[in-house]
Design a protein around this ligand. Structure first.
Ligand code: ATP
Length: 366
């Protein structure tokens, strides 16, 4: 168990900065996820940690030790990849024992450690089978056992669940999470699946175009996105344009024009001009009757029933179409297409960004 430090790490491919000035510390025992769309640089960053790539700028430390020039096999890392990378014709036992053999661990200790690792991934009863006739989930468990059997100081996982079906992915991700906590092993996990990242991580780094956009625990990334990219990439956001009238009054409130009405909010900083409001679908209430300053008339355009929740697309009068979610809806409460509604936007739970979407102008209050 050790902390990992990136000190202004940059990795180029030609003129492309695949990783652009990564500067962060991953804590001892932390489950840390690199999350972002395809091509954002997460695999490249992971590969520089493993030593498959050498960064052009900056340093990487394991604990206090600078590892820039330490070869991969001396970094004491366990790795799990999307394609399992296990040997199809060796038995489960032989696959898991492979790393110990390379480390010249004796037979008795190998037997004991392999069985221990197989028990952790619940495969002890299949030790003599060959992976080629096992399921994807079982093969990924072999890969996991093989990674942890060497007792690595760091576990790296690159999209380990991508090849599994949806139900198994959910089961495996909680198994991985529980095992990681039990072993207390520092883990860096790469995924483009935001739900997976929210479900397993202690903290998430959201990346875009080689740059880390925000580092925070899942609930903070969701509730307080640092910029418009993060608000858009994590969960669903309704983006609505508004206008901020600069200075705040004596009670710290600034005037905001939105969809033809005026509101007052305490801004993070004084701001004059166009802003973009990000409002989560569950932060919009639908009322069937009533009028009020904060209610905006709208019409339901589409209904998507998802079991535990319902998603409505609602066209606002003189405004955009927004996504609204209601939870635990009983069958008779389902709203219908073309139904008129009054929309209550919970603006205090929104985040507002400057025109370029880079800076937070208003931060949600809970
Ligand atoms: P994905 O989820 O698709 O794997 P990623 O976020 O892991 O994407 P990377 O694979 O790290 O992204 O790629 C980051 C950038 O570096 C991309 O622009 C990619 O085209 C480029 N890149 C990655 N590997 C190489 C390489 N070996 N040679 C040249 N360019 C590369």
């Amino acid at each position: 168990m050790q902390k990992i430090v990136f000190d202004h790490v940059t990795k180029y491919f030609g003129d492309t900065k695949a990783v652009n000035d990564a500067h962060l510390t991953i804590r001892e025992g932390e489950f840390f996820t690199l999350l972002g769309p395809s091509g954002c640089g997460k695999t490249t960053l992971l590969r520089t940690i493993a030593g498959f790539y050498r960064q052009e700028e900056g340093d990487i430390y394991f604990g206090e030790r600078k590892i820039n020039d330490i070869p991969t096999h001396e970094r004491n890392i366990g790795m799990v990849f999307q394609n399992y990378a296990i040997f199809p014709h060796m038995t489960v036992f032989e696959n898991v024992a492979y790393g110990l053999k390379a480390r010249k661990v004796n037979k008795k200790e190998t037997e004991q450690r392999v069985m221990e690792a197989l028990e952790m991934v619940q495969l002890q009863h299949l030790r003599d089978r060959v992976p080629s006739d096992m399921s994807g989930g079982q093969q990924q468990r072999i890969a996991l056992a093989r990674a942890i059997v060497i007792r690595p100081g760091l576990l790296l996982m690159d999209e380990p669940l991508s090849n599994l079906d949806a139900k198994l992915r959910i089961k495996m991700r909680s198994d991985i999470r529980m095992l990681q906590k039990e072993l207390n092993i520092t883990t860096i996990y790469v995924t483009h699946d935001q739900e997976e990242a929210l479900a397993v991580s202690d903290r998430i780094a959201v990346m875009s175009e080689g740059k880390i956009q925000q580092i925070a625990p899942p609930e903070d990334i969701y509730a307080y996105p640092a910029n418009q990219f993060v608000a858009n990439f994590i969960g669903t956001s309704n983006f609505i344009e508004a206008h901020c009238h600069g200075g705040m009054d004596s009670s710290g409130l600034a005037k905001i024009d939105l969809l033809g009405a005026s509101y007052q909010l305490p801004l993070a900083k004084s701001y004059e001009g166009k802003v973009v409001m990000s409002l989560r679908p569950e932060r919009v209430r639908l009322e069937t009757a009533g009028h009020g300053l904060s209610l905006i008339p709208g019409t339901i355009e589409n209904v998507t029933y998802l079991g535990e929740k319902v998603s409505y697309l609602v066209r606002l009068q003189n405004g955009p179409v927004i996504d609204v979610q209601e939870h635990a809806v009983e069958p008779h409460q389902l709203r219908k297409v073309k139904q008129a509604v009054q929309v209550n936007l919970q603006l205090e739970k929104s985040t507002m960004f400057d025109k370029g979407g880079k800076e937070v102008v208003y931060r949600a209050t809970y």
